[in-house]
Design a protein around this ligand. Structure first.
Ligand SMILES: Nc1ncnc2c1ncn2[C@@H]1O[C@H](COP(=O)(O)OP(=O)(O)OP(=O)(O)O)[C@@H](O)[C@H]1O
Ligand SMILES: [Mg+2]
Length: 346
């Protein structure tokens, strides 16, 4: 019946399309929705952005290598650079590949070959962005190096990795290396405020501080925590944040450590159990938080330097045991005993 009625059919299509758009915006991940479109929007990484802008001005670029921790803007910078430097036809001239593709280096090479066989369209050259190059085997990296040499005239490569030390020297020496760093608190706050404003969310100061604490310099993680916290309320408090991260409150960890330092082992142990049960904190997260808190206490000089050194040694050992599969509860309780003989600094 609708098919015979063009007006009704158009209306149905309009409704479907409107719903789809609304759905995309409401449910889509904010990390993608708020991925900076231009180099100027990237927070932190100022030196890098400055150098990349120089390539834009010159209209050409060498092969680049972006290394650094997760969620700090490597893929974002590659996309923004490609869009700016290639202009209107960037899509046709940009190829994004995951270098550690499960199907192997041969697929990667075939893709590169097919892409480079044709001349660039409407742009002076093409850009191939290869993610996770550090997960490639050495042999695959050598194959990639040959590929890079073959297409130097028509394509530039941007390689992305977490650790540049895992990349073979011949590739490193063919690239200008850019070392991305973790995003500082102020950068994360700036971006969170931009997102919160656009999403009409109220974020109180403590909520922002706890997101920064849990994000550990990873902006992707920060935005994800913000989005999950916002799913229950448009006014986000510290409590909403704790509900979604399943980590311990830093102040509870501090109280637990202080109890142990005061010689109250049973009190510290009970608190440890309570935190792990109520917050659902994992053994790995718990020991990382103990490490963060002990480091903070040493920085504030509320524990003595010698004791700090010994504690770090123990934390390192117990962290290893937990990661190797030992029972986290037992290991953490055993770790607490190491605090007993240490005195708090006056
Ligand atoms: N420096 C930044 N400025 C603004 N937003 C950022 C920045 N870094 C990360 N983001 C946000 O986090 C998301 C993920 O960042 P991106 O994909 O660039 O991380 P990455 O460094 O490539 O991480 P990975 O090593 O995991 O691939 C982006 O979509 C964006 O929303
Ligand atoms: Mg990436």
């Amino acid at each position: 019946m609708y098919l015979n009625n063009p007006i009704a059919l158009t209306q149905i299509l309009i409704i479907i399309r409107t719903n789809k758009n609304n759905g995309d915006q409401m449910n889509g991940p904010w990390v993608e929705k708020y991925r900076p479109r231009s180099l100027d929007e990237i927070v932190g990484q100022d030196h890098i952005v400055k150098r990349l802008k120089r390539y834009v001005k010159e209209g050409s670029m060498p092969n680049l290598m972006f290394s650094g921790p997760a969620g700090v803007g490597k893929t974002t910078a590659a996309l923004a650079l490609a869009k700016t430097i290639l202009g209107e036809y960037w899509r046709q001239n940009f190829l994004e590949l995951n270098a550690s593709d499960a199907r192997g280096i041969d697929t990667v090479r075939t893709n590169i070959k097919n892409f480079c066989r044709l001349k660039p369209v409407g742009a002076p050259f093409r850009i191939i962005f290869l993610d996770e190059v550090d997960n490639m085997t050495k042999d695959a990296q050598h194959a990639l190096r040959r590929e890079m040499e073959m297409y130097t005239k028509t394509a530039s490569f941007i390689l992305s990795c977490n650790y540049s030390s895992k990349i073979i020297d011949p590739i490193q020496s063919r690239c200008a290396i850019f070392r991305f760093t973790s995003i500082k608190g102020e950068g994360i706050i700036k971006r969170l405020e931009t997102v919160a404003e656009a999403e009409k969310i109220d974020l109180d100061k403590n909520a922002i501080e706890s997101i920064v604490y849990f994000a550990e310099g990873d902006l992707r993680k920060a935005i994800n925590i913000l989005q999950s916290s916002a799913s229950t309320s448009a006014q986000i408090t510290e409590e909403n944040v704790y509900e979604v991260v399943s980590k311990a409150r830093p102040k509870d960890v501090r109280i637990m450590i202080n109890k142990a330092l005061d010689g109250d082992f049973l009190g510290a142990r009970d608190l440890l159990r309570e935190i792990m049960v109520t917050q659902g904190t994992s053994g790995e997260d718990m020991i990382t938080q103990i490490y963060q808190e002990v480091s903070r206490m040493a920085f504030e000089e509320s524990i003595q330097k010698n004791d700090y050194i010994k504690l770090i040694e123990s934390i390192g050992e117990y962290d290893y045991r937990i990661r190797e599969g030992a029972n986290p509860r037992i290991q953490l309780e055993a770790l607490l005993t190491k605090f007993l003989s240490k005195a708090k600094a006056e």
